[in-house]
Design a protein around this ligand. Structure first.
Ligand SMILES: Nc1nc2c(ncn2[C@@H]2O[C@H](COP(=O)(O)OP(=O)(O)OP(=O)(O)O)[C@@H](O)[C@H]2O)c(=O)[nH]1
Length: 386
C-alpha cells in the first residue's frame, strides 16, 4: 500500500525521518513524508527534504524562539488555526496517491499532541482514505521525579549528556491522555509506542530516542510495506493490501500494538562454496519452518510497542517476510493459526512478504483494539493531577 507520513512536533518529525530511512529497498510504500513543527530549530535537524518541512504557528502570537512550555491547550488552539494551512502544504507532494495517512506524534508535549486532533479532522474532511495516528506515550521519568530507579530522572540533575531536550515534562501524562481523548472518534486507529517500556534504567528519552525510533520504524515498514509493490518477479502469494490493513485497524480509534520478530537467514552466499549468490538457495525445510515459528512467537509474545495481553486484541494481522526460499507456506499458515488461537478466528488476516534481497526472516504482528494497563495508569496519573 501507499502511505503518506506526516510527523508533527519534535518526536513526530524524528519518527517520520526514521520511517523514511527504514523504507525497505525495492519495496517503497511511502508517497510522501512531511515534517511539521512550531519550533524552527528542531525542524532544521530533520532529514526530510526542505520542500517537505514546514514551520507553522506564526501569527498566533508564537514568535521565533518561543516554545509552548507544555501548554497543551495552546498547542490545541494553534493546531485548529493551522490545520487547513498544513493541508495546503501537503499539496507539494501527491496526497491523492495515498491509500492512508499516518500522523506521527509524541504525546506528552504541546505541539504534536495538540495539533494532531485538528490535523486528523482536516485530513478526514478532505480525503476519503483512513487517517491513522502513530503516538508515543511518555515515560514515567519525564513527569515523576521518583520513577527511574537508576536515579537519572530529569529531577535528579544527572540526565545523561545533560541534554537540554531532556527537560522534565510535569504535564506529560495529562497532555498524553487529553490528546488520546481528543483523537478518539477522529483517528481511524491509534498505533501506540510506549517509551516507558523501551527505555533502559538510567536512560532519558533523548538517550534512547534514535534506537526507539529505529525499532518503531522497522515495525511500521514491515506492516505497511506488506507484500505489495515488490521488485523483480517475486510477488507475495497472499498480499496484504490497504483494505486488509484498514479492516484490522478499524475505524473506531482503536488502540493498536505492534509486535515484531526476526531471525537471520543464510541466503546462500557462502553455502555454495565460491561465494556466488544463488538465486534459489537450498534452504532446509526444517530450518525454514523453525525460523518462521520463532519469529511468529517473538512477534506475538515478544516485546510489543505497547505492553498488553495479546489475548485482549479484537483483531490481528500477521505478515511473514524474508527471502522467498525461506517462506514455507505450511509454517506461515501455522503461524496464522497461532495468532487466531490468541485473538480469535474471525478477526485475523495474514500474508507473506517476499524480500529477494532480505537477509532475515521476519514476522510483523498487528494487535488491534487491545486493552492497555499503561494507558489506564497514565489516565490515573492525569486524573490525580487535575
Ligand atoms: N520515541 C520517541 N519519543 C520521543 C522522541 N522525542 C520526544 N519523545 C516523546 O514525545 C513527547 C513529546 O515530545 P516532543 O515531540 O518533543 O514535543 P512536541 O510535540 O514538539 O511539543 P512541545 O515540545 O511541548 O512543543 C516527549 O514527552 C517524549 O515522551 C523521539 O524522538 N522518539
Amino acid at each position: 500500500m501507499q502511505l503518506e507520513v506526516i510527523g508533527v512536533g519534535g518526536a513526530g518529525c524524528r519518527i517520520a525521518d526514521a520511517i523514511r530511512a527504514a523504507e525497505p529497498a525495492g519495496h517503497s510504500f511511502l508517497t510522501d513524508v512531511f515534517a511539521f513543527d512550531t519550533d524552527e530549530s528542531d525542524l532544521q535537524r530533520v532529514v526530510v527534504p526542505e520542500s517537505h518541512r514546514h514551520r507553522y504557528g506564526r501569527g498566533t502570537g508564537l514568535e521565533d524562539g518561543d516554545g509552548l512550555e507544555g501548554d497543551f491547550e495552546r498547542g490545541f488552539e494553534i493546531g485548529q488555526v493551522a490545520a487547513d494551512g498544513l493541508l495546503e502544504v501537503l499539496d507539494r507532494g501527491t496526497p491523492s496517491a495515498a491509500d492512508a495517512f499516518l500522523v506521527a506524534v509524541g504525546l506528552g508535549g504541546a505541539t504534536g499532541g495538540g495539533t494532531a486532533p485538528a490535523l486528523v479532522a482536516a485530513l478526514q474532511r478532505q480525503y476519503d482514505v483512513p487517517v491513522y495516528v502513530l503516538a508515543t506515550l511518555p515515560a514515567d521519568r519525564e513527569f515523576d521525579p521518583d520513577a527511574d530507579a537508576a536515579g537519572t530522572g530529569p529531577h535528579a540533575g544527572t540526565t545523561a549528556r545533560g541534554d537540554a531536550d531532556a527537560v522534565p515534562r510535569p504535564n506529560a501524562a495529562t497532555n498524553a491522555i487529553t490528546a488520546l481523548d481528543r483523537l478518539d472518534g477522529l483517528a481511524n486507529a491509534i498505533v501506540v509506542f510506549d517509551n516507558e517500556a523501551w527505555l533502559q534504567p538510567g536512560e532519558t528519552v533523548v538517550d534512547a530516542r534514535d534506537r526507539c525510533n529505529r525499532e518503531l520504524a522497522t515495525r511500521v515498514g514491515a506492516v505497511f510495506a506488506g507484500g505489495g509493490a515488490g521488485s523483480g518477479d517475486v510477488t507475495a502469494q497472499n498480499v496484504v493490501d490497504a483494505a486488509d490493513i484498514n479492516r484490522i485497524l478499524g475505524n473506531e480509534s482503536a488502540i493498536v500494538a505492534l509486535g515484531y520478530g526476526d531471525q537471520d537467514a543464510d541466503t546462500g552466499g557462502s553455502r555454495f562454496g565460491l561465494g556466488l549468490v544463488s538465486a534459489e538457495p537450498d534452504v532446509d525445510t526444517g530450518e525454514a519452518v523453525s525460523a518462521i515459528e520463532t519469529v511468529v512467537r517473538k512477534g506475538i509474545r515478544g516485546k510489543l510497542t505497547l505492553e498488553c495481553d495479546p489475548e485482549t486484541a479484537e483483531r490481528g494481522l500477521l505478515i511473514v517476510g524474508g527471502p522467498p526460499a525461506w517462506l514455507n507456506r505450511r509454517a506461515i499458515a501455522e503461524g496464522r493459526g497461532t495468532l487466531e488461537a490468541t485473538v480469535g478466528e474471525n478477526g485475523v488476516l495474514g500474508g507473506d512478504a517476499p524480500r529477494p534481497d532480505g537477509e532475515a526472516v521476519f514476522a510483523a504482528v498487528v494487535l488491534a483494539d487491545v486493552e492497555s494497563d499503561r494507558v489506564a495508569k497514565l489516565r490515573a496519573v492525569a486524573e490525580t493531577a487535575r
